[in-house]
Ligand binder design. Structure first.
Ligand code: NAD
Ligand code: IPM
Ligand code: MN
Length: 357
């Protein structure tokens, strides 16, 4: 049966990079009988400009009924002064929350051809393969109460609430342990249990769930140390599991171990592997509209979509191999370019992947 895929290009470089992923999916429809139907809609600032909200209810409904969603990125200078309730980012957060996409998988995988592209020494990153499992629908991103209030002395005070319930920690722990079982059976849980009660509970619950996975070696690390260890000796990590905000920050850091943030794909899954797929980076307004952004994180996110939500592991592997072949050809967008390589545009990179397919 034909699977429905909702494409949400979004803002900034979003439309440019999404177009390349769509190109790849179209090619697979032709060559491998990929049975999907793609429809496009608005999210973020692009949706605000038309509807006055960063995600229309009709789009939300389409996302829920689709088999998978592929999103570019949201946000930009133009919308930065809007009230926070209608900022582009709220559209993305609503999708994650209402689709119950609590498990965000961000694979920091170094294609061997890019060992020179990282700002770290090649020997530090060569062979790197980390999976960051980020809790995505809880924590300080969604905790109540939140806001800005005026105190009795007339001073303003901003506040957010960092909260995790036991069930939220348990379900993300299971995702992380199950991922570790399929990989090198090592799990690092990242917290700030020396200061924050919420992550003290996080640590306890991880240890409880660990009893169900005796084969997995578990360790706990404070987030400040984890940030340091990621650049000191990143290959010590296999799977890392952490909360929403720490995962946001650590995954951007880890992306540079793979050469560029333009290489870091992601899958956001619910309890039934229904999901939304998007690069881990943002809308890069500084380079938008120039056809120079790296589309590979988005193309690799489309591969994750084929793997997790569309039942086409074969085609996911085919895309990943095609990306590797294009890197073998020496083709690089500016963010991963190094001496001796051929600099290509966003669309040339997409074309090159399609040519290999
Ligand atoms: P960003 O990730 O957009 O950009 C950070 C830097 O990385 C910039 O210099 C940018 O040019 C570069 N970069 C990012 N993606 C790239 C790519 N594919 N190829 C080459 N270079 C790339 O982060 P930011 O500047 O902090 O945020 C910009 C906007 O994006 C903000 O509105 C932010 O809220 C939003 N944002 C959205 C998402 C998302 O939609 N998932 C994620 C992060 C940030
Ligand atoms: C990401 C982004 C988002 C986040 C923003 C745009 C809401 O930074 O996907 O990493 O913080 O989760
Ligand atoms: Mn982020």
């Amino acid at each position: 049966m034909t699977k429905e895929v909702l494409i949400l290009p979004g803002d900034g470089i979003g439309p440019e990079i999404t177009a390349e992923a769509v190109k790849v999916l179209e090619a697979l429809k032709e060559s491998d009988g990929l049975d999907i139907s793609m429809t496009e809609d608005l999210v973020g600032g692009a949706a605000y400009d038309v509807h006055g909200v960063p995600l229309a209810d009709a789009t939300m409904a389409k996302a829920k009924s689709a088999d998978a969603v592929l999103l570019g990125a949201v946000g930009g200078y133009k919308w930065e002064s809007l009230d926070i309730s209608v900022r582009p980012e709220k559209g993305l957060l609503r999708l994650r929350s209402e689709m119950a996409l609590f498990a965000n998988l961000r694979p920091a995988y170094l294609f061997k051809q890019l060992a020179d592209a990282s700002t770290l020494k090649p020997e530090v990153v060569a062979g790197l393969d980390i999976l960051i499992v980020r809790e995505l629908t809880g924590g300080i991103y969604f905790g109540q109460p939140r806001g800005v209030r005026t105190l009795e002395n007339g001073e303003r005070q901003g506040f957010n609430t960092y909260v995790y319930s036991e069930s939220e920690i348990k379900r993300i722990a299971h995702v992380a342990f199950q991922a570790a079982m399929k990989r090198n059976k090592k799990l690092t849980s990242v917290d700030k249990a020396n200061v924050l009660e919420v992550t003290e509970l996080w640590r306890e619950v991880i240890d409880e769930v660990a009893k169900e996975y005796p084969e997995v070696a578990v360790n706990h690390m404070y987030v400040d140390n984890a940030a340091m260890q990621l650049v000191l000796n990143p290959k010590q990590f296999d799977v890392m599991v952490t909360g929403n905000m720490f995962g946001d920050i650590l995954s951007d850091e880890a992306s540079m171990l793979t050469g560029s943030i333009g290489m870091l794909a992601s899958a956001s899954l619910d309890a039934n592997n229904k999901g939304m797929y998007e690069p881990s980076h943002g809308s890069a307004p500084d380079i938008a509209g120039q056809n120079i952004a790296n589309p590979l994180a988005t193309i690799l996110s489309a591969a994750m979509m084929l793997r997790y939500s569309l039942g086409r592991e074969d085609l996911a592997v085919k895309i990943e191999n095609a990306v590797s072949a294009v890197l073998d050809q020496g083709l690089r967008t500016g963010d991963i370019w190094s001496e001796g390589m051929t600099k290509v545009s966003t669309s040339q990179m997409g074309d090159a992947v399609v040519a290999v397919l």
